[in-house]
Ligand binder design. Structure first.
Ligand SMILES: Nc1nc2c(c(=O)[nH]1)N[C@H]1C(S)=C(S)[C@@H](COP(=O)(O)OP(=O)(O)OC[C@H]3O[C@@H](n4cnc5c(=O)[nH]c(N)nc54)[C@H](O)[C@@H]3O)O[C@H]1N2
Ligand SMILES: Nc1nc2c(c(=O)[nH]1)N[C@H]1C(S)=C(S)[C@@H](COP(=O)(O)OP(=O)(O)OC[C@H]3O[C@@H](n4cnc5c(=O)[nH]c(N)nc54)[C@H](O)[C@@H]3O)O[C@H]1N2
Ligand SMILES: [Mo]
Length: 807
């Protein structure tokens, strides 16, 4: 989130799109309802009517996979009716930047497309630079190649009629949302966008979110109280685990994972550190070498020196151009390239797309270690239905794990707040926390390497590895320490003491920090700030419920990101009643500003978007794999055969894997005419590995169902409660028909398109509940993140004759 939970109360307009906030993020919804009580309009745009829709002012159903047209239509509406915040757009976004002559957009493709490689050459999209290397600008916003004019041209295609025939949303409903949300373009009004998987799980997932960035920048809604783009994160601590590198392509603190071609520390920092020639741009990532040096230092202590590149050479690197996300890992496993592995706190046999293939891929492992609370479809893959256990070669080690109440540690919530939780009771039996297991396992591997003279021992034996696991010690290491006696900002620190903030981190080996973003969370002065629970705040802070002394928030306890965009050039808030920061003549008050420089009118300020190389909010974003402006592409499996208003049907650069088990339906495939979307449910958790073992929850929701409209049910001769088969190009699933007005048919290009929805929490280890919905979904992914397209694929539905799974 750019903002945080309590801040939602400050919104005048709440657009919930691509999430079921009331059911899956009930804490967020508490603040949504408070905003509503204070007069905000709450809107839910979602294919399905849910408890979120029920508590919103209105629900607008749209066909899955058509959010870019929906948002593009709103961008067009805002531009045509001049509802944007003019000063903000001119000062703080890249609207005035001149785009280079090589940039073009034709027939749904951007310039630089290589059809054979299915990739874009992004060098065709760069800005035109002046003699100093700074992007050229036209403050009048009239230049035909300035971003503002390009934006207008691009979204002029998103007329109400084009959007309506693509999304299935009536023009009246479109206008209802557009008018309400666009009203927040006034300087003292704010609108928030709350999204989650309904936006991310698409082959255009990242561009869905980019479309909200464009809209929120036009309306001046970034950096302000009650505004922002707010990702409702998933699993408890998915925010913390992403910050600390659960994804294959990022290290802690969003530092890129080294590629094999970057052989030395210098090669790495040179290739990944942005350089800006504009003196007014803070270009914060210029500090990357300090953060990387401190990270490497935290891993290898005294063994990491400036001379040996802090041990950079010992790091595993990824092969250039390779993808190591789930669908590619399981494809390699399916092809026999992986021999064994660790699965901790996840149930991939259930939650990865195309489960039938995932399960077969797991059969190829010689050994598998599973850290779990329960037996799951993954730990028990070797005796799943239809498999002869005597023919399965995998040796499975099941490590009993401590449940969350049985261990201490931190959780970072969606608002980036770091919250400590305490161990409530000792783990049962032989159960251990994952931290304990990892520290022990690596210590034992280190012993074996020493004893048996293992090949290439340095990476393991030069680690600064603790003798035992202690959450408090890890929290300290994450914050970081001085590695020698120093003076910083007039204060003396001894070797081994905690650094006060990331500003203290150096690229010379003088500091260590396991995550630069968390530097400042555990200091000499205040100890573990994740434990703070003070509600103290100044009257200005209290007006917007900032709570700066409750827990701690990254970066540097800044609660609202890009808050320098909430004030004018003199540092005075655009919305004085909801001020986030304010310059009092000598210093900033309120939140921690994005950099302590004085206001921009002083001539000593910096542009507000400090994490962007050019310092400006990106209406035009030339850094992504699939284009500088979001454009509508159909899901990979689409019920229509041609684009409603352009040429290129689906994303030209989406990711996919190829095997005999990765079949896809053709566009408009007559065998699979119905759109399927999948989702979580209130009573279960994700793949259900945990909640299906809780009797009361299983009793509340015992079986796999498919939600369908009465119109579709009638067409198919299906009654509410009938068992049915749902089939895709990849597999067949049994479910109970839930005929409900929560689902509606859509009119797309003049024809009726039906959509059905299914939860994905049921699996064969719970008898009679049905099995994985993911046997239906395709392993295709977004070109930037490879997140799978779980939210839109094609199926058919028919009445079941003989049941095997639901009995
Ligand atoms: N009780 C409970 N809470 C949970 C979870 C759980 O399993 N159970 N899971 C947690 C996790 S890990 C996560 S990631 C989050 C997920 O939180 P959410 O994203 O809220 O969950 P989903 O149910 O996957 O999907 C949200 C909504 O997207 C809609 N949708 C589908 N396709 C589209 C589309 O193309 N466009 C739009 N606009 N909407 C679409 C669906 O109808 C659904 O209502 O919830 C977390 N909270
Ligand atoms: N079709 C479809 N598929 C989806 C999604 C979708 O919307 N549609 N959503 C996707 C999303 S957002 C997510 S996050 C994934 C989630 O899918 P998974 O990552 O498979 O998540 P869970 O089902 O929550 O499985 C977590 C497992 O960890 C165990 N566990 C819980 N606590 C602990 C602990 O403290 N220690 C250990 N060792 N184990 C523990 C639980 O028993 C459970 O079996 O599913 C994805 N798959
Ligand atoms: Mo998730």
């Amino acid at each position: 989130m750019t903002n945080h939970w309590c801040d939602i109360e400050n919104a005048d307009s709440v657009l919930i799109i691509g999430s079921n906030a009331a059911e899956h993020h009930p804490i967020s919804f508490k603040w949504v309802l408070r905003a509503k009580d204070k007069g905000a309009t709450v809107m839910h745009v979602d294919p399905k009517f849910s408890r979120t829709s029920a508590r919103s002012d209105f629900h607008v159903p749209l066909r899955s996979g058509t959010d870019i047209p929906f948002m593009g239509g709103m961008i067009n509406y805002v531009l045509n009716n001049e509802l944007y915040f003019k000063q903000y757009v001119a000062d703080y976004t890249n609207a005035a930047f001149i785009v280079g002559k090589d940039y073009k957009f034709k027939k749904g493709l951007f310039s630089g497309y290589d059809a054979k490689a299915r990739k874009y050459d992004k060098s065709k999209w760069v800005f035109e630079l002046d003699k100093d290397g700074v992007p050229k600008r036209d403050a009048s916003l009239k230049h035909p190649r300035c971003v503002f004019q390009m934006l207008k041209k691009h979204y002029s295609r998103y007329s109400l009629s084009n959007v309506s025939k693509t999304t299935g949303v009536s023009k009246d409903n479109l206008l209802k949302v557009y008018k309400t949300f666009a009203a927040t373009g006034k300087k003292d009004k704010a609108g928030t966008i709350m999204y989650a998987l309904g936006w991310t799980q698409h082959t255009v997932g990242v561009q869905n979110i980019r479309s909200s960035a464009i809209l929120q920048l036009l309306l001046g809604n970034i950096g302000v109280a009650g505004g922002g783009i707010n990702a409702l994160r998933g699993e408890p601590n998915v925010q913390g685990s992403t910050d600390h590198c659960i994804l294959w392509h990022i290290l802690p603190g969003y530092l890129p994972v080294p590629k094999a071609s970057l052989g030395s520390f210098e090669d790495y920092t040179k290739a990944t550190t942005p350089v800006s020639k504009d003196p007014e741009s803070a270009n914060w990532w210029q500090h990357k070498p300090k953060y990387m040096a401190s990270l490497l230092k935290s891993w290898r202590g005294d063994n990491a020196t400036a001379e040996n590149g802090f041990g950079y050479k010992l790091m595993p690197k990824v092969d250039d151009g390779e993808d190591y996300s789930y669908i590619f890992i399981f494809d390699r496993m399916y092809k026999g390239e992986i021999k064994g592995g660790f699965v901790f706190g996840t149930n991939p046999a259930q939650s990865v797309p195309n489960s039938s293939k995932t399960r077969k891929a797991l059969d190829n492992l010689d050994w598998l270690v599973v850290g779990e609370l329960h037996n799951t479809e993954t730990s028990d893959n070797w005796h799943r239905p239809g498999v002869d256990p005597s023919q399965n070669k995998t040796e499975v080690f099941l490590l009993p794990s401590a449940q969350r109440a049985e261990k201490a540690g931190s959780i970072s919530n969606s608002g980036r707040w770091l919250l400590w939780h305490y161990e409530a009771c000792r783990p049962m039996g032989e159960c251990k926390s994952m931290g304990e297991m990892y520290v022990d396992i690596i210590n034992n591997v280190r012993k074996l390497y020493t004893k048996e003279n293992g090949v290439f021992p340095e990476p393991l034996l030069t680690l600064d590895w603790p003798a035992y696991y202690d959450a408090e010690d890890v929290a300290q290491r994450i914050n970081g320490r001085f590695t020698k006696d120093v003076e910083f900002k007039g204060k003396k620190y001894k070797k081994g003491q905690q650094v006060p903030s990331f500003v203290a981190l150096g690229d010379d080996g003088s500091t260590s920090s396991m995550n630069w973003l968390y530097a400042g969370s555990y200091t000499e002065e205040d100890g573990n700030k994740a434990k703070r629970r003070s509600l103290a705040q100044t009257p200005m802070q209290a007006k917007i419920k900032l709570f700066p002394n409750f827990a701690w928030c990254w970066p540097v306890n800044r609660r609202i990101l890009y808050n320098r965009a909430s004030v004018d050039a003199k540092g005075q808030p655009y919305a004085p009643e909801k001020a986030v920061i304010k310059w009092n003549g000598t210093k900033w008050e309120g939140d921690v500003p994005d950099g302590g420089w004085p206001p921009n009118a002083s001539g000593k300020g910096r542009y507000p978007f400090i994490m962007r190389k050019e310092g400006h909010g990106q209406l035009y974003g030339p850094g992504l794999q699939d284009g500088p402006f979001p454009d509508h592409y159909e899901p990979v499996e689409t019920p229509i055969t041609s684009h409603p208003f352009s040429r290129q049907l689906s994303s030209p650069v989406y990711k996919r894997v190829f095997s005999d088990m990765d079949k896809l339906a053709e566009p408009g495939d007559e065998r699979f005419p119905i759109v399927l979307t999948t989702y979580s449910m209130t009573e279960h958790w994700c793949g259900g590995g945990e909640t299906r073992n809780i009797p009361a929850l299983l009793e509340a929701e015992p079986q796999l169902y498919v939600e369908m409209s009465p119109e579709l049910a009638k067409e198919k001769g299906i009654a509410n409660g009938d068992p049915v088969f749902v089939e895709s190009a990849r597999g067949k699933v049994e479910a109970i028909a839930m005929v409900t007005v929560r689902m509606t048919p859509f009119k797309i290009k003049g024809n009726t398109v039906h959509e059905v929805g299914m939860p994905f929490c049921f699996g064969w280890t719970t008898r009679g509940s049905g099995d994985a919905t993911n046997r239906l979904t395709p392993a295709v992914g977004d070109p930037n993140t490879t997140i799978p397209e779980y939210k839109a694929c094609l199926v058919n539905v028919r009445k079941a004759d003989k049941l095997t799974e639901l009995e």
